[in-house]
Design a binder for this molecule. Structure first.
Ligand code: FAD
Length: 379
C-alpha cells in the first residue's frame, strides 16, 4: 500500500522518536535491569504516545488505527519492549474504556491515561483460562453499592506499573462467557497483591505478573458497561490489540531484515561477501517478500476495522496470525545469516529472536487466530 503524505509523516515522526530517544545503551540498560527507567517512562508519558488512539477531546491524539499501527511498528523496529509499554496503554488498557466508558469514567480514567498521568493494565487471563478466556473463575458478587472480587489473574503485562486494571470477572458463573462483567480496579485497593515478576524469554523490561484479589471491594461506579456484557468488550478490545501485535511484528520483522542485509554485506567467507552466496540471497529475498505481504495484510485490516467492515475481526486475526509468524521466521533467518555471532548477545538479532517469540502467543495464539478465521468462513 502506498501511504499518503499524512501517514508517511506519522511514520517519520515515530521513527525519529524511536531512533533519538531509545538509544542502544538505554535498551541494554533495560535488559540488564529488567526495568524501564522511570525517566524513560516519564518521557513517553510526556510525548503523548500513551494516548495515540484516545480522542482529542479527552487529551489524546485522536489517531485512526492505521496511524496508530504505523507508530507502533516504527517504535518496535527499534525497541519491542518500548512499543509494548506504549501499546499497553493505547489498546488493551484503554480499549475497554473507549468501548464502554460513561462520560464520567472517560474523564476519570481515559483522560489521565492519554495525558500520561496514569497507566492501565488488562486482566483477562487466568491460570485455568488462557485461550478459553470465557472460562475465567474470578468472581464479582454484588454487596450494596459494591462488588466483591475474588480470584487470580496471570501474565498481566505491566501489572506492577499499573494504577488501574480492567478486570473481567464472572457475575453469573452459570452463564459461561455471557456471565462476565468488566470492572475498573484501582490497584491500591485493599486485598490486591501481585505475584513475582515472571522471568521471561524476551520483552525483558515490561514486567508480567499475577494479580491476586481477595475480597476486593470495587464500587458500582467502576463497573464498566452493562452487567454480563464484559466478554464482548474483551473480544472487541482484542481486535485492536491484535493489530497492535501485528504492528510490533512488522517492526521486529523489519529490524531482522535490516540487520540481515547489513551483515550479509559486511561478512566475508571463502573470499567473498556472504551476501553473494545464492543461499543467503534467497533467504533475504524470502524475508523481504514475507514482510511486504504481512505489511499489506496489516495495513488493510486497519482500514477495514475503521470502516466497521462486518468481517473486520477475521481480517484482524489474519493480520495477527500471518505477521506474528512472519516475524518469527525473519528473526530465525536473521540469526542464521549471522552464523554463530547471531547467538551472541552483542548482536541485535539475538534479542530480536527472543522478543519475536511472544507475538504468536499473546493476545490469542496463532491457533486461536486460525479458529477465528475458520469460524468466519464456515458459519
Ligand atoms: C508475556 C505475556 C504477556 C501477557 N499479557 C497479558 C495481559 O496483559 N493480559 C492478559 O489478560 N493476558 C496476558 N497474557 C496471556 C496470553 O494472552 C495467554 O498466554 C494466551 O492467550 C494463551 O493462553 P495460555 O498461555 O493459557 O495457553 P493455552 O490456552 O493453555 O494454550 C496452550 C496451547 O494449546 C493451544 N490451544 C488452546 N486451545 C486450543 C484450541 N481450541 N484449538 C487448538 N489449539 C488450542 C494454544 O494455541 C497453545 O498452543 C500474556 C502472556 C504472555 C506470555
Amino acid at each position: 500500500m502506498v501511504l499518503t503524505e499524512k501517514y508517511q509523516l506519522v511514520k517519520k515522526l515515530a521513527r525519529d522518536f524511536a531512533e533519538n530517544e531509545i538509544p542502544q545503551e538505554l535498551q541494554d540498560e533495560i535488559e540488564a535491569t529488567h526495568e524501564l527507567p522511570v525517566a524513560f517512562r516519564e518521557k513517553i508519558a510526556k510525548s503523548g504516545l500513551l494516548g495515540i488512539k484516545a480522542p482529542k477531546s479527552l487529551g489524546g491524539q485522536g489517531a485512526d488505527t492505521l496511524a496508530y499501527v504505523l507508530m507502533i511498528e516504527e517504535i518496535a523496529r527499534v525497541s519491542m519492549v518500548s512499543s509494548i509499554y506504549i501499546s499497553g496503554a493505547n489498546s488493551l488498557g484503554s480499549g475497554p474504556l473507549m468501548l464502554a466508558g460513561t462520560q464520567e469514567q472517560l474523564e476519570k480514567y481515559l483522560r489521565p491515561i492519554a495525558e500520561g498521568r496514569m497507566y492501565p493494565a488488562f486482566g483477562l487471563t487466568e491460570p485455568g483460562a488462557g485461550s478459553d478466556a470465557g472460562g475465567v473463575q474470578t468472581t464479582a458478587v454484588k454487596d450494596g453499592d459494591y462488588w466483591i472480587l475474588n480470584g487470580r489473574k496471570c501474565f498481566i503485562t505491566a501489572a506492577p506499573y499499573a494504577d488501574y486494571t480492567m478486570i473481567f470477572a464472572k457475575t453469573d458463573p452459570k452463564a459461561g462467557s455471557r456471565g462476565i462483567t468488566t470492572f475498573i480496579m484501582d490497584m491500591n485497593l485493599p486485598g490486591i497483591s501481585l505475584g513475582k515478576p515472571e522471568n521471561k524469554m524476551g520483552i525483558i523490561g515490561v514486567p508480567t505478573s499475577d494479580i491476586i484479589m481477595e475480597d476486593v471491594c470495587v464500587h458500582d461506579n467502576d463497573r464498566l458497561g452493562d452487567v454480563n456484557k464484559g466478554f464482548s468488550n474483551a473480544m472487541k478490545t482484542l481486535d485492536y490489540g491484535r493489530l497492535g501485535v501485528s504492528a510490533q511484528s512488522l517492526g521486529v520483522g523489519q529490524a531482522a531484515l535490516d540487520e540481515a542485509v547489513k551483515y550479509a554485506k559486511e561478512r566475508k567467507q571463502f573470499g567473498q561477501r556472504i551476501g553473494d552466496f545464492q543461499a543467503i540471497r534467497f533467504m533475504i529475498a524470502d524475508m523481504a517478500t514475507e514482510l511486504y505481504a504481512a505489511r499489506e495484510l496489516v495495513y488493510n485490516a486497519c482500514i477495514l476495522k475503521d470502516k466497521n467492515d462486518p468481517q473486520a475481526s477475521m481480517y484482524c486475526s489474519m493480520a495477527k496470525y500471518y505477521a506474528s509468524e512472519m516475524c518469527n521466521h525473519l528473526a530465525y533467518k536473521a540469526v542464521q545469516i549471522h552464523g554463530g555471532y547471531g547467538y551472541i548477545k552483542d548482536y541485535k538479532v539475538e534479542r530480536l529472536y527472543r522478543d519475536a517469540r511472544v507475538n504468536s502467543l499473546f493476545e490469542g495464539t496463532s491457533q486461536i487466530q486460525q479458529i477465528v478465521i475458520a469460524n468466519n468462513l464456515l458459519k
